[in-house]
Design a binder for this molecule. Structure first.
Ligand SMILES: [Fe+2]
Ligand SMILES: [Fe+2]
Length: 321
């Protein structure tokens, strides 16, 4: 479980020193607060569309047709047996199903923050179009995760389909928001969240006794690892190109981090504690990976980059203390 949150400093939004697409934020989005989403498109700076294209192409190359998996064909559902799981493990499966099943909410956020309408100027649209090429593939993969976990619950005897559909809908209807204004913050949030999820699935897989669930978790954690690699690539490109100008938006992500649904799911923290004996769903596990990305990107480390690395490391240390 995540430990005490780091001391939060009020989010500051200094004007970006470099705004290649100055027309992007027509609404002049104000600083965000946890649980509230700044209105309008994500704030610059934005990567050049060609850079996003490079990152997307690398991501696509890592998942050619021959290496993708299929819910219907690739898993032996007849052997699924929730009777082999402990009560805590069954709770964990229910929990991760809820998190994955919220995909429409996560995907909608990309539509709001990187719109493909005349709400944005032409350069921003060109950038957002490249982001969409990733997000639509990513969404397809995440929905596969949701379907696989739903199928596991039903096939293993953990849930009845109609009751499960309705219970997922209770949370699924709630709006998913992020409190960050900057585009780079949205990518940095996803970097941490994908890595934390990958690590959680690996930990859970190591302790479950049902080989069908282990198979599902192996496939999910591999996908999350690829998703993390994409977001790490994008955040690294931001740091290389914009340096100190994107340090504060990345710091804000760590200062305000909540796992998806932590603010909206009824009983989230009670639930998270209940499954802690199985494996901790701890986003700070991902921080060392964020530090690696920052370190790799920083050629000549400035004071601000150093401070960011210290801050992220301190949040990790606080959480495991
Ligand atoms: Fe997923
Ligand atoms: Fe993912």
């Amino acid at each position: 479980m995540s430990g005490p949150q780091p001391t939060e400093t009020p989010p500051t939004e200094p004007p970006p020193t470099e705004t290649p697409f100055a027309g992007v934020a027509r609404t002049g989005a104000p600083p965000g607060r946890a649980g509230l989403e700044p209105p309008g498109p994500a704030r610059p700076p934005l990567l050049p569309a060609a850079d996003v294209d490079d990152a997307v192409t690398t991501f696509m190359r890592a998942s050619p047709m021959t290496r993708r998996w299929d819910v219907e064909q690739d898993i032996d559902w007849d052997r699924a047996d929730a009777g082999r799981l402990s009560a805590g493990q069954r709770s964990a499966v229910e929990f991760i199903t809820l998190i994955e099943d919220h995909l429409p909410g996560y995907f909608a956020l990309y539509g709001r923050r990187f719109p493909l309408t005349d709400e944005v100027d032409l350069d921003t649209f060109v950038h957002n179009r490249e982001v969409y090429r990733f997000s639509v593939r990513w969404a397809q993969e995440e929905d596969t995760h949701a379907r696989a976990l739903f199928r596991y619950q039903v096939a293993s005897g953990l849930a009845e389909p109609e009751a499960l559909r309705r219970s997922l809908a209770v949370e699924g209807r709630k709006l998913f928001t992020l409190p960050h204004g900057h585009a780079v913050s949205i990518f940095a949030y996803a970097l941490v969240q994908e890595k934390a999820t990958q690590l959680y699935y690996q930990q859970l897989r190591a302790v479950v006794d049902d080989p069908v669930l282990a198979d599902v978790l192996t496939r999910l954690s591999r996908d999350e690892a690829r998703h993390f690699t994409f977001f790490a690539d994008v955040v690294e490109r931001y740091l290389v190109r914009y340096g100190d100008a994107v340090v504060e938006p990345i710091r804000d992500v760590v200062a305000q981090f909540r796992m998806p649904l932590a603010d909206t799911m009824r009983g989230y923290w009670r639930w998270a504690l209940r499954i802690a004996d199985v494996a901790a769903y701890d986003h700070t596990d991902a921080y060392e990976h964020l530090i690696r990305v920052v370190t790799r990107a920083a050629d000549a480390r400035s004071d601000r980059v150093d401070e960011l690395i210290h801050f992220v490391g301190a949040c990790r240390a606080t959480a495991i203390a």
